[in-house]
Design a binder for this molecule. Structure first.
Ligand SMILES: CCCCCCCCCCCCCC(=O)SCCNC(=O)CCNC(=O)[C@H](O)C(C)(C)COP(=O)(O)OP(=O)(O)OC[C@H]1O[C@@H](n2cnc3c(N)ncnc32)[C@H](O)[C@@H]1OP(=O)(O)O
Ligand SMILES: Cc1cc2nc3c(=O)[nH]c(=O)nc-3n(C[C@H](O)[C@H](O)[C@H](O)COP(=O)(O)OP(=O)(O)OC[C@H]3O[C@@H](n4cnc5c(N)ncnc54)[C@H](O)[C@@H]3O)c2cc1C
Length: 662
């Protein structure tokens, strides 16, 4: 059946006709400026003109091996296309465009992120000179091999050993137990010929803790595994099955002394250890990746929102008023309540990701000149934001799926793939509960320091025991953010009181910590969300001076919705600490419902301004033209089961059953 695809269906045309702001201006803000929008579009144009980057057949219909090969084909094509056109892989990652073509598990993603970042961040000048050009030109291909079967979270508990042999000036890498097997690293199974490996450093019989080593795994000509190494793929996962997440074991495998990353800590030829300036500098790649994941999570959430909001404007169901035509489902207040707070979250995360990147850049510059004092704050902020961003992106994406009813469950909606890809983000790069507990540790330490009169770093300065009285009226944005801050201060104070009470009654500090850890995780989550609210309010108020009133109004509404929603979510705490009363909460609830109706009017235009083209959305439900039903129908025709009217299964199983005398 031939299909005539209209420019854009009537529903979406009407929605777009109601736009009262300059979409391009909002797009520029989200990209970080008009120049970055222009650059992103140039990359997109180039990629769209490279047909090899697009799938002929959905990965769902391919075998495990074909799926991997197909993704590898596209990944290598992407890298060469970028290179030939004068762009870097980083351009494709930071704009999201390249990743969206490969989000079924891109086997080069670990190479272009954590492998290269480790080389850049952990090498001494000689190592940098030797490894960086090889890695940048894909002469060596690597991954980040840290997690083991027995330990992922507890890096200090890793079992792989790197024992220095001063007679040969080599490290001997060994996996002494089954649980020491490296397990999970992306692209380790079949793609990588190198890995940066986290292993316990042993010198003269003494363990110096986890350190990073560059290890060649495969021959560079034949790609065969080197002697002393066992490597393979770990099998199917919940999602991203086009990747070759792998396992790795060492059997007394030798590497040169110079293969230990020596920017921060060193081993001399005679086996002496030189300490780093800060004991956690070797965790730097993880911190950097967490910063990137905040952006990544916000981008994935935005794809889900575009799909669900456009679909909600096209889908008509039920009767709102008996006898009237079926309304767009976006007109139902409950549908708005499902989607619009997540739309606000996307903007909040985008502004916070930018603020975090600035902290990261500032801290990295400080580290270069030996200043370590900003590291704890960066660790706390990046851990908290990584956890909130991935939690919210996963929850938001699933809500988007549910908001699309049955069709959201179709693979062709692309919502399942977005969901499974981002769901991994809750676990990888530091499991979220564990990261929140790191934030809580920082909060309690800061709270205690402040009780002793010490000055606190900027992100926790609001925890001061004697806060300056806020002059902002409660119902203003600033006033409500202050109320949220008061709530976190109360929660952290309460956690500290409970910890102290347990210690005073004879518990060890560690037992007390565990006994309070549910509350501590809530403190960390609330603190991070307070930080996000602050960043959102600051960003919108700064933009107010430079943007047109239409765009400013939309941003102000989204920011307001984010704050109101957060206050309602935290109502119990805020009532307990007296930051708000029941009357205020009632009016906040009413205002939220009113705001949902206001934002609904321009919701389609707001998601249009995120500016993700159909080829990157890859969704039958979310395309620009709104031609949903035709697309779903056509996609179903591609199922291999539809190649013949009667399948083999009928002759083999169904017919015999029907003929049997049961
Ligand atoms: C750009 C686009 C990107 C796109 C992304 C998509 C693709 C991405 C693909 C990704 C694929 C996935 C790839 C992967 O998954 S790669 C594998 C990732 N694995 C992890 O993330 C493991 C998580 N675990 C850890 O990081 C550590 O073990 C933790 C932190 C939990 C504890 O650690 P440890 O047991 O050693 O420490 P401690 O708890 O005794 O605390 C002791 C002190 O140390 C301080 N401390 C701890 N850590 C740091 C730090 N980093 N900087 C500064 N300070 C730090 C801490 O605050 C405390 O300070 P104080 O309280 O004593 O003052
Ligand atoms: C898709 C994917 C890709 C990955 N890619 C890589 C990679 O490229 N390289 C790599 O090295 N690794 C990789 N990993 C591994 C990943 O980093 C780990 O799975 C992650 O760090 C969590 O560790 P774990 O699996 O040991 O979980 P565990 O730590 O065993 O967590 C299990 C449960 O125990 C809880 N828990 C653990 N410790 C504590 C604590 N101290 N306090 C309270 N609760 C606790 C957790 O909250 C969780 O609920 C990947 C994982 C996935 C899923």
């Amino acid at each position: 059946m031939s299909v005539v695809v209209p420019e854009c269906c009537d529903d979406l045309k009407r929605e777009r006709g109601r736009c009262l702001f300059n979409k391009e201006e909002l797009t520029n803000i989200l990209d970080g400026g008009p120049k970055l929008t222009e650059k992103r579009r140039r990359i997109e144009k180039m990629l769209i003109n490279t047909p090899e980057l697009f799938d002929d057949v959905s990965p769902d219909y391919l075998s495990h091996e074909d799926r991997y090969s197909n993704e590898l084909r596209k990944a290598t094509q992407l890298m060469t296309t970028l290179e030939k056109n004068g762009f870097t892989y980083n351009d494709a990652v930071t704009t999201g465009t390249g990743l969206w073509l490969l989000m079924d598990g891109n086997p080069l993603s670990l190479h272009i992120s954590m492998f290269l970042d480790t080389i850049k961040g952990q090498s001494n000048p000689q190592q940098l000179q030797e490894w960086l050009p090889l890695a940048e030109k894909f002469k060596i291909i690597g991954t980040y091999a840290q997690t083991e079967l027995g330990h992922g979270t507890f890096v200090r508990g890793l079992e792989t050993t790197a024992t220095y042999d001063s007679t040969t000036k080599e490290f001997v890498l060994h996996s002494p137990t089954i649980t020491a097997t490296k397990w999970w690293p992306g692209a380790l199974g079949k793609t990588s010929n190198h890995a940066v490996v986290m292993a316990q450093l042993y010198l003269g019989g003494k363990c110096y803790g986890p350190h990073i080593f560059m290890v060649q795994l495969r021959d560079l000509e034949t790609h065969r595994t080197l002697p002393g190494i066992v490597v393979g793929e770990i099998g199917p996962r919940l999602g991203m099955n086009s990747n070759d997440n792998g396992f790795l074991q060492f059997n007394h495998h030798r590497i040169p002394l110079t293969n230990m990353f020596m920017k921060h800590s060193q081993v001399t030829e005679d086996g002496k250890y030189v300490k780093p300036l800060h004991s956690k500098l070797s965790y730097g790649t993880m911190v950097q990746t967490r910063v990137g994941i905040v952006y990544h999570a916000s981008r994935e959430l935005s794809r889900a929102l575009i799909i669900a909001i456009r679909y909600s404007a096209v889908r008509h169901q039920s009767e709102m008023v008996p006898g009237d035509p079926e309304p767009q489902i976006l007109d139902y207040q409950t549908q708005q309540y499902k989607l619009l707070p997540h739309l606000a979250s996307f903007f909040a995360l985008r502004f916070s990701a930018r603020a975090l990147l600035e902290v990261f850049i500032g801290t990295s510059a400080g580290l270069g000149s030996g200043k370590m004092n900003m590291l704890p704050e960066l660790h706390a902020l990046s851990s908290g934001l990584k956890a909130v961003a991935t939690n919210d992106a996963v929850k938001g994406t699933d809500i988007c799926r549910l908001a699309c009813g049955g069709h959201g469950y179709l693979s062709s909606s692309n919502l399942p793939r977005i969901y499974t890809a981002i769901a991994a983000g809750i676990t990888y790069e530091g499991e979220n509960t564990v990261l929140f507990l790191q934030v809580a540790r920082y909060l309690i330490k800061s709270f205690r320091a402040s009780s002793q009169g010490q000055t606190l770093p900027f992100s926790v300065s609001y925890l001061r025991v004697q806060p300056p009285s806020s002059h902002a009226p409660l119902m203003s944005d600033r006033g409500l953010v202050d109320a949220l801050g008061a709530g976190v201060r109360w929660m952290v104070g309460e956690a500290e009181r409970r910890l102290q009470q347990l210690v005073d009654s004879g518990h060890s500090p560690h037992a007390a910590w565990n006994a309070c850890s549910v509350h501590l995780v809530q403190c960390a989550d609330a603190h991070t969300r307070y930080y996000i609210c602050e960043q959102f309010v600051d960003a919108v108020s700064k933009l107010g001076e430079t943007v047109s009133s239409g765009v400013h109004e939309v941003l102000r509404q989204l920011c307001r919705l984010y704050i109101l929603h957060r206050v309602i979510q935290t109502a119990g705490i805020l009532l307990r600490c007296g930051a708000v009363d029941g009357k205020a909460l009632t009016s906040i609830e009413e205002e939220e419902c009113h705001l949902l109706a206001t934002l609904r009017i321009q919701a389609v235009s707001i998601v249009d301004a995120i500016d993700i083209k159909d080829v990157f959305l890859k969704s039958t439900l979310g395309a620009w033209d709104g031609n949903v039903y035709q697309r779903i129908y056509e996609e179903a025709q591609k199922s291999p089961l539809n190649k013949s009217d009667v399948t083999q299964g009928y002759y083999q199983y169904l017919r015999p059953l029907m003929k049997a005398n049961l």
